[in-house]
Design a protein around this ligand. Structure first.
Ligand SMILES: Cc1ncc(COP(=O)(O)O)c(C=O)c1O
Length: 393
């Protein structure tokens, strides 16, 4: 099988970012990168805030937040009045979990592809309420049909109070068939919380088409928003039950304002987020998606070839827009989270390449992303140098 061709580069795209040119930034997935124009937009808002803090906070800020939320929700195909801006996916998940009113004996069902911090949040909420957490193992190579079947068999109607699934997983870069999962859970009367941290900007699937009771996604990864921008969408039957983590002045206004207004915070990341969407749209949303996914696929193949991993052993993410790709590391490497973090730091220092090293189910994986600021030679350089680094254990 021949290596797929890299996509046409997007000329000048690197110049839109402040990224250190001496480093290959192949891990957009963890913390994103904010285009310079969006940084500037946020700085202008901060200047406005500092010019007259009292006026900024008391004259129309709640409305400006609502206006921004409607715009972002529109882009994501979410109900603008059934969505709330939150700081990040972790916060959105915590808001939902503590609003469920879990009782002793209730069960929170999730999968072994879930994000580590979300698993910790589930465990804490279970400890607090006496509920139990159950984690369904799902093979990495499971097809959509198999995945839905495993989840169907894992639901315990009457006991499972919520099912938590990822739209696109972090450690395993696997696209879950969320709409089908929601359909099955609904047949069994189980609400679903979708962790869609990576979806906004990368995936074209609309929030409405998934139909989850709760959906939360970051705009600060693939939608070029400043960090601290996420959207939590909630179906109508749950909105009155959603409580913020911190009670503040909009508490009596109900959802979404009571979740959005979290006292004196820097809200400029939210207000500047439309500039991120403007950047994405100016470049062409479909063009950016196609470029990033094709480049990640190319990077996966050249690095896998260098490590001697046959194409058949490369996980397929399950969708044409996925811009995260995994490569298995030699057995014994990055088998624990600590070992994965150490290897990631070593690759960053020695090879001037920022990548994600994941440990999943006792095995190490390299996760690469594609973004408009990346070019094929960055993956080729990594491929040329990584085998020697991995050989020095
Ligand atoms: C699947 C998934 N869920 C949740 C998160 C947490 O996102 P945040 O740190 O913005 O809350 C991430 C971050 O990478 C993620 O990949």
């Amino acid at each position: 099988m021949s290596v797929p061709q890299p996509p046409e580069p997007i000329p000048g795209a690197r110049l839109l970012f402040s990224l250190d040119p001496a480093v290959s930034h192949l891990n957009h997935g963890s913390f994103g990168a904010v285009p310079i124009g969006v940084q500037r937009a946020q700085q202008r808002l901060r200047d406005e805030m500092e010019a007259n803090p009292l006026r900024f906070f008391t004259q129309g800020l709640v409305d400006r937040i609502a206006h921004t939320r409607r715009h972002l929700a529109g882009f994501l195909g979410a109900d603008p009045d059934g969505s709330a801006l939150v700081g990040n996916t972790t916060t959105g998940v915590a808001v939902v979990l503590q609003s469920l009113g879990l009782q002793p004996g209730d069960e929170v069902l999730s999968t072994d592809h879930g994000y580590g911090a979300v698993s910790l949040a589930i465990q804490r909420e279970c400890r607090r309420t006496g509920a139990v957490s159950r984690v369904l193992p799902i093979p990495l190579a499971a097809s959509d049909e198999q995945l839905v079947q495993i989840i169907r068999a894992g639901l315990r109607p009457g006991r499972t109070r919520v099912l938590v699934v990822d739209q696109l997983t972090s450690a395993t870069a696997k696209l879950f068939p969320t709409a089908a999962i929601v359909g099955v859970a609904r047949e069994h009367g189980v609400p679903v919380l979708v962790d869609a941290a990576h979806a906004p900007g990368m995936l074209s699937t609309t929030v409405a088409s998934i139909g989850a009771d709760f959906w939360v996604g970051n705009l600060h990864k693939w939608a070029y928003a400043p960090r601290g921008t996420a959207l939590l969408a909630v179906t109508p039957q749950w909105r009155d039950r959603i409580e913020p983590l911190v009670v503040s002045w909009e508490q009596e206004s109900g959802f979404p304002a009571r979740v959005e207004w979290q006292a004196t915070l820097d809200y400029t990341s939210w207000l500047a987020a439309p500039a991120g969407l403007f950047t994405l749209r100016s470049l062409g949303v479909d063009r950016v998606r196609a470029h990033n996914a094709a480049l990640a696929a190319y990077g996966q193949r050249v690095v896998a070839d260098a490590l001697g991993v046959p194409p058949a052993q490369l996980p397929d993410p399950g969708g044409p827009e996925v811009s995260l790709r995994l490569i298995p590391l030699p057995a014994g490497l990055a088998a624990t989270i600590d070992a994965a973090r150490a290897l990631q730091a070593r690759i960053g220092e020695r090879l001037a390449a920022e990548v994600a090293v994941m440990s999943w189910n006792g095995r190490g994986w390299l996760r690469l992303t594609g973004q408009i600021y990346n070019t094929a030679d960055e993956y080729e350089r990594l491929a040329a140098r990584l085998p020697a680094l991995l050989a020095q254990r």
